[in-house]
Ligand binder design. Structure first.
Ligand code: UTP
Length: 650
């Protein structure tokens, strides 16, 4: 269904941008900005997350700039020429359309773009509740321009464009508002003068958050005016305390919070929320005593029913009696808390859950190849359905082992490139329930596993490769499936074994999070076999020598050429050869390049090659190699198949 809808609207993209909530470090964004004039001030640090509530829209290219809002009760339509003056005027007027026009004017001024048409059809985000609905709409417009005109901005770039756009409106947005661009996942932001850096947080387990409107009042402008008095020079004791709270205390708290998220320690994280509130009350509130006394906030934080359901809680944003946030003990407590706040306290309350999540949500596995090297076996059974014994002792088709690894890494949708004749096989295996008769014969462990198969089956989508024109051609068939998001690519006839706690897929995805560039898994290979593989070399980006800025990639080089040009210095001082491991994170640019090569019939050895496209993208935008701590088992040729069956799963 999904694939059908994406095909129908080939030129239309679908967008969702959430609201954002500052979990820790409020006010340190603007305080860190004062480092421009006074370096004694600590850089700001905050943990910010997108929430589940947000704005949904469809967008496509157009001549003019057009926004349709079809939300019930808010039906509005903006149509204007893609002209700088007109857009800036609409932005300056204020109101709902000022945000979209502000961002559009920014793109008109800085990029060679024409117009776009946006249709906002769903909005689950409450407005004016400290959740930055305005920043969300600005990020949505920035993302639409970026994706539709292939501007190759990364998420930080979209954030900056959204910020500059919003600055053209009368609204006063903060520097951490646009963090919603990163989706429903917490990021750590640092504010040093004009510079902002963003790092993803690694999360273990689930965190059950609740936030609620306190139904009281606060004066954000007054709070900000009072607190800004303490900068850039702290003269009184009260002012020095504010510096301490937003500076070194905040640094300690944010560092602690990062650790607790990583360790999955919700209890300690909750206690830290109470501590952060305490520091705020003791050291920041005295600088704006009328606004920051916050009686409603404090009474709900101390409410005995609430305290039984949560590990901790604190204020939100500028604080005062605006919004409160809690970390509930579990999902049941989260639901009870929302009900309690709604029913007993008449507050608008919302739940959202922070889960282990990544920016790569989708994956591709091409499995349409005939498998010449495994003939005659492939006359009957596809390579990916060959049986291997997994680490849990179950015998599985190889593809299921791969899919489980993706599932564990948090991948939400997986597109398989298959041949026409393969559809039934997959449907029967992944969608059909086992008969009662067979189920009854299975022991409990296997009956449970049956549910895993069907659950993973729900994540699968299929595209048909009509003509076998090679690996690159197979990958290209998933272009619509990607919706211009980065995607994980695994080969259908390989299995991956990690030598550390994180799987090979997780190692690669973690590496991608830090760069947002085309990233390929790499591994060392023996000098004797260099002429069988693609060999790459480049510059290591850190001392441990795990991340490589790839400078050169040569497919199947001669031994002499490899020795002369392709050796790389390893962490232990040896010189070695690096080859692709067999897992990749592809960016939208790779699909553009494949499209061009298909149109121009640019083939190597009679096939559309992925390597050709990767190398072109590397040249234009750069490519990272991530050394994977693990090894690959191949199912694609008889000799390595024998080894895989004997070794894998031991
Ligand atoms: P291979 O290069 O191993 O090709 O493909 P193959 O056809 O499977 O096997 P041989 O070389 O003929 O023995 C690597 C992966 O790409 C898929 C394959 O199914 C395999 O998972 N592939 C390859 C496609 O989906 N379509 C193609 O046109 C080629």
């Amino acid at each position: 269904m999904e694939v059908a809808r994406e095909n129908k609207a080939r030129n239309q993209i679908e967008l969702f941008v959430p609201g954002r909530l500052c979990l820790f470090g409020e006010h340190s964004d603007w305080a860190g900005f004062y480092r421009i004039t006074n370096k004694e001030i600590e850089p700001g640090r905050a943990i910010v997350t997108g929430i589940e509530q947000g704005i949904h829209a469809f967008a496509q290219k157009a001549q003019a700039f057009e926004v349709f809002c079809t939300l019930p009760g808010m039906e509005q339509h903006l149509h204007c020429q893609m002209e700088l003056q007109e857009l800036r005027e609409i932005a300056a007027e204020g109101g709902f359309f000022s945000y979209v026009a502000g961002v559009a004017s920014y793109f008109k001024e800085h990029y060679k773009v024409q117009g776009i048409q946006i249709q906002i059809d769903k909005m689950t985000l409450p407005m004016k509740r400290g959740l930055s609905s305005s920043a969300a709409i600005c990020v949505l417009v920035a993302r639409a321009f970026n994706r539709l005109y292939d501007l190759h901005m990364n998420t930080l770039g979209e954030m900056q464009a959204a910020y500059r756009g919003e600055q053209r409106t009368p609204s006063k947005c903060g520097r951490l508002d646009q963090a919603c661009a990163f989706g429903v996942r917490p990021v750590e932001m640092r504010f040093d003068g004009n510079d902002i850096s963003v790092g993803h947080l690694r999360i273990k387990g689930d965190f059950y958050w609740v936030f609620a409107d306190l139904n009281a009042s606060k004066d954000t402008v007054k709070i900000l005016a009072d607190l800004n008095q303490c900068y850039p020079v702290a003269e009184t004791e009260v002012e020095q305390k504010v510096w301490e709270a937003l500076g070194k205390d905040n640094k300690t708290i944010v560092k602690q919070a990062v650790t607790y998220f990583q360790e999955g320690d919700a209890k300690k994280l909750g206690e830290l929320m109470y501590q952060a509130q305490d520091v705020f009350d003791k050291k920041v509130a005295p600088a704006s005593p009328e606004e920051l006394r916050s009686p409603v906030l404090h009474s709900i934080l101390k409410d005995s029913t609430v305290m039984r359901l949560v590990y901790g809680g604190k204020g939100v944003g500028s604080q005062g009696d605006g919004t409160v946030q809690f970390l509930a003990k579990d999902e049941v407590c989260q639901n009870k808390l929302v009900e309690y706040l709604k029913q007993e306290k008449q507050m608008e309350a919302y739940a959202f859950t922070i889960r282990q999540q990544r920016s790569v949500r989708k994956a591709i596995i091409p499995v349409a190849g005939f498998g010449t090297r495994m003939y005659p076996e492939t006359r009957g059974v596809k390579k990916e359905f060959l049986p291997v014994m997994d680490y849990d002792g179950l015998v599985k088709p190889a593809i299921l082992v791969l899919l489980e690894e993706m599932d564990r890494a948090g991948i939400e949708k997986i597109c398989l490139v298959i041949g026409k004749e393969d559809r039934r096989n997959y449907q029967e295996f992944f969608e059909q329930e086992l008969s009662e008769e067979h189920l009854a014969k299975l022991p409990e462990k296997m009956r449970q596993y049956e549910k895993t198969i069907l659950r993973i089956g729900k994540k699968l989508r299929y595209v048909i490769q009509e003509e076998r024109k090679g690996f690159g051609h197979a990958v290209y068939q998933c272009r619509n499936f990607t919706n211009r998001e980065p995607v994980l690519l695994l080969l259908g006839d390989m299995l991956y074994k990690s030598y550390e706690e994180r799987s090979c897929v997780e190692q690669l995805l973690d590496a991608y999070e830090d760069t947002e560039k085309l990233t390929v898994g790499i591994t060392e290979t023996e000098p004797e076999v260099v002429s069988r593989y693609g060999i790459l070399t480049g510059v290591w980006l850190e001392e441990q020598k795990t991340m490589l800025e790839v400078a050169k990639m040569v497919e199947k080089p001669t031994k002499e050429r490899a020795e002369k040009e392709l050796r790389t210095k390893m962490a232990d001082g040896r010189e070695a050869y690096l080859t692709v491991f067999g897992n990749y994170v592809l960016t939208p640019a790779v699909f553009e390049c494949l499209e061009k090569n298909i149109l121009e019939q640019k083939m190597t050895k009679g096939e559309i090659q992925l390597t050709d496209a990767l190398d072109e993208v590397r040249e234009q935008y750069g490519m990272r190699g991530c050394r994977i701590n693990g090894r690959v088992y191949d199912l694609g040729n008889p000799v390595s198949y024998r080894e895989t069956v004997a070794e894998y799963g031991k």
